[in-house]
Design a protein around this ligand. Structure first.
Ligand SMILES: *Cc1c(COP(=O)(O)O)cnc(C)c1O
Length: 359
């Protein structure tokens, strides 16, 4: 039986796409093989790869002066690849610290460049984001990095920061494709696949042309953006299954009405869940209202001794992976694109029932 899976990542995927990949598994497009068993250089696979890119470009309206790369090493690999490609050892790079993922990006960048933390939300226990005016930006910085959605804290930027001509770099891992964005505001966008795109093992990088060709000596070839762009992300064997599966998800999103339709649905899901939490007098979400994530919704109950009971009873009701991240405790419901509104409604009904029995 399929459950409602609220995991933060790897996360729930659209059932229709899972079923399609299952139907094609042993005989992909009449080849007599699975897609995992064909050469990445075959005509058939290259067609799939190009179609996935074209569909992603259509979904996000990616301008023609941006390249789309399908890489490996996860978002964490990009924490290193970004300074290696866009900065020198002597450059200053600006980072906004809004939570666990920003912090990891900062830690890695420090190994490769001079990091200026433009704002640090640690003092407020990562429950909000800084205003644009509060950012202490470095004139002439190599780039400004931020995390539009903090997957663990459930904190999201309601605006896109600006830093003049300095390229804006954004870790969109947990919010990409949840709504339309204006790609032209960014120098580089990256996203690990396992939240809103497909299986883990794939990371999508969208990078403006003028930022290619700057990799410092010593940059691993597989993370050299120019080298990868030149080879169509096939400098070596790409994660073929992930790329194929991502392509199916992109088609699914187009079929759902694209990102404007997803935005409406995601907004409705999040609003419903936050309203249930705020109106309960029992559950609590710690994040400032304007910075609440549409994708990751952490919440707590007054008596932490009941957390195990909550999780066990939720599991019996077919609602799984609701435990909060080990660093923060409590609960977290991740409600990515593939989580249907019925899943959110089932969670809300369970929460009401639990409160009635235990509060
Ligand atoms: C999941 C996640 C990561 C880490 O991704 P990996 O693919 O495991 O390296 C980084 N940043 C954000 C915002 C994430 O949600």
């Amino acid at each position: 039986m399929r459950v409602f899976n609220f995991a933060a990542g790897p996360a729930t995927l659209p059932l229709e796409v899972l079923e399609q990949s299952q139907a094609e598994m042993t005989d992909w497009r009449g080849s007599g093989m699975s897609v995992m068993e064909v050469s990445h250089r075959s005509k058939a696979f290259i067609a799939v790869a190009h179609e996935a890119e074209a569909d992603l470009r259509a979904l996000l309206a990616i301008p023609s002066n941006y390249r789309v790369l399908f890489l490996q090493g996860g978002a964490t690999g990009q924490f290193s690849a970004i300074p290696l490609n866009l900065a020198t050892q002597d450059s200053t790079v600006d980072y906004v610290n809004t939570g666990a993922w920003s912090k990891k990006a900062i830690g890695e960048a420090k190994r490769y460049a001079k990091v200026n933390v433009a704002a640090d939300e640690a003092a407020g226990n990562y429950s909000s984001v800084p205003a644009q005016g509060a950012l202490r930006l470095t004139p002439g910085a190599a780039y400004l990095h931020y995390t539009p959605n903090e997957t663990i804290g459930g904190v999201e930027f309601p605006y896109v920061p600006v830093h003049g001509d300095v390229p804006l770099v954004a870790d969109f891992s947990s919010t990409i494709l949840s709504r339309p964005i204006d790609v032209s505001k960014f120098g580089l966008i990256y996203a690990g696949a396992q939240k809103n795109i497909g299986p883990s093992g794939l990371v999508v990088v969208i990078v403006r042309d003028d930022l290619l060709g700057r990799a410092r000596p010593g940059t691993p070839l597989v993370w050299d953006y120019a080298a990868m762009a030149k080879e169509g992300s096939m400098l070596n064997t790409p994660p073929t299954f992930g790329w194929y599966f991502a392509g199916l998800v992109f088609k699914w999103l187009l079929g759902q009405g694209g990102l404007a339709a997803m935005a409406e649905r995601n907004r409705a899901k999040a609003e419903r869940l936050y309203a249930a939490i705020d109106g309960s007098g029992y559950y609590r979400n710690p994040v400032a209202k304007e910075a609440r994530s549409w994708m990751n919704v952490p919440f707590t109950i007054p008596n932490p001794d009941l957390e195990k009971t909550f999780l066990a009873e939720a599991g019996k009701a077919g609602l799984v992976n609701l435990e909060g991240h080990r660093s923060v405790g409590g609960f977290r419901a991740s409600i990515y694109n593939a989580m249907p509104i019925e899943g959110v409604d089932a969670l809300i009904a369970f929460m009401k029932d639990f409160q009635g029995r235990h509060a």
